[in-house]
Design a protein around this ligand. Structure first.
Ligand SMILES: Nc1nc2c(c(=O)[nH]1)N[C@H]1C(S)=C(S)[C@@H](COP(=O)(O)O)O[C@H]1N2
Ligand SMILES: [Mo]
Length: 329
């Protein structure tokens, strides 16, 4: 994370999250079954899908467990540990809407249940409207075939939603009029709120940013030019602005967005700086084009309580000591 530039994560460095390991799938034998509330249930081979109109989309995938250790206070020793569970790729494949038009969805349908072919048979319910809007059946990542770790030969890419819904090794889509309430949307991937109730289907990833340079475990040289760099992103749309504070949040200054600034993508920001050698705390906060601004840790906990696990998106603070060492605070 700290060593990357630009907004694309090299495929080999895309984060990996799998609930039951990486299955070894023969692409020639693999099929995607679409059934349920449809006029014509159909099976597609990978070759079938590759014949259909191809489209591509650059977007991030972020695990909703991203930064979970920070709920309890400063957890990770470096930015890879605190913010390593998001990656941004150029995904290619066929729009799910294109394939769904082939099966004839019944008027009563409102959900799509996606199932993976791994040992976990990862199962998630996705609102049908989202599937028709911008969900991708992806077979390619950054110009090459998907990596086995990323779901080869076929995965869903659900832009802006929590990572676990982008089901990898996709083998089945069932069209229904109700969500499935699988393990991954009841016992897991719900948010315990201050009133003791669990928030479910909190699917959209809210705006978040982090300074990657300088960040914890790095070293800053006093009296020298030191460009501050980082990433910002939002599941709701484009990043509108990023502000940086180099005085522990007393004052904020506008960072420059390096571009391209694309919706639901990592956005690189830079801020020219010279460190005066005095101990301080640096941080970034972003605002997306819906006007939503990344909260402070205090504001997030006031709204969500302290017993959550998923969807931590508070401002990340790095303390620079007088000796130039950087720490998570
Ligand atoms: N079939 C299947 N799909 C899955 C998972 C899984 O374990 N099995 N993990 C999910 C989770 S929790 C996340 S965060 C993303 C991670 O995608 P990546 O490993 O390509 O980064 O895939 C999701 N899709
Ligand atoms: Mo995840």
């Amino acid at each position: 994370m700290a060593d990357l530039s630009g907004i694309i994560t090299p495929s080999a460095l895309h984060y990996e999250r799998h609930h039951a390991g990486i299955p070894d799938i023969d692409p020639a034998a693999h099929r995607l079954l679409i059934h349920g509330d449809v006029a014509r249930p159909l099976k597609f081979s990978i070759e079938d899908l590759k014949r259909l109109p191809q489209t591509h989309r650059i977007c991030f995938i972020e695990c909703s467990g991203h930064s979970y250790r920070e709920w309890e206070g400063p957890g990770g020793d470096n930015v890879q540990q605190t913010h390593g569970l998001t990656s941004c790729s150029d995904w290619a494949g066929v729009r799910l809407a294109t394939v769904l038009s082939e099966v004839g969805i019944s008027d009563s349908a409102s959900w799509v249940i996606a199932e993976g072919a791994d040992g976990a048979a990862m199962t998630r319910s996705i609102p049908l409207q989202k599937c028709l809007d911008d969900v991708l059946l992806a077979y390619s990542q950054n110009g090459e075939a998907l990596r086995p770790e990323q779901g080869y030969p076929l995965r869903l890419v659900v832009p802006g939603y929590e990572g676990s819904i982008s089901v990898k090794w996709l083998r089945r889509l069932k069209i229904t009029d109700t969500p499935y309430y699988s393990r991954e949307e009841t016992s897991k991937y719900t948010d315990l709120m201050p009133d003791g109730k669990a928030r479910e289907f909190s699917l959209t990833m809210e705006a978040k940013s982090v300074i990657t340079t300088p960040s914890a475990s790095q070293h800053v040289t006093a009296g020298q030019f030191n460009q501050i760099r980082g990433l910002a992103w939002s599941g709701r749309g484009k990043i509108a602005r990023v502000e940086v504070s180099t005085d522990a949040g007393q004052t904020w200054q506008e960072a420059k967005l390096q571009g391209p600034v694309l919706p639901v993508c990592h956005t690189r920001f830079v801020f020219d700086w010279r460190w005066n050698g005095k101990a301080t705390v640096i941080m970034s906060r972003c605002t997306d084009d819906t006007g939503y601004r990344q909260p402070t840790r205090e504001a997030l906990i006031a709204r969500r309580g302290a017993r959550s696990f998923y969807h931590y998106n508070a401002i990340q603070q790095w303390r620079i000591e007088a000796d130039g060492s950087v720490h998570n605070v």
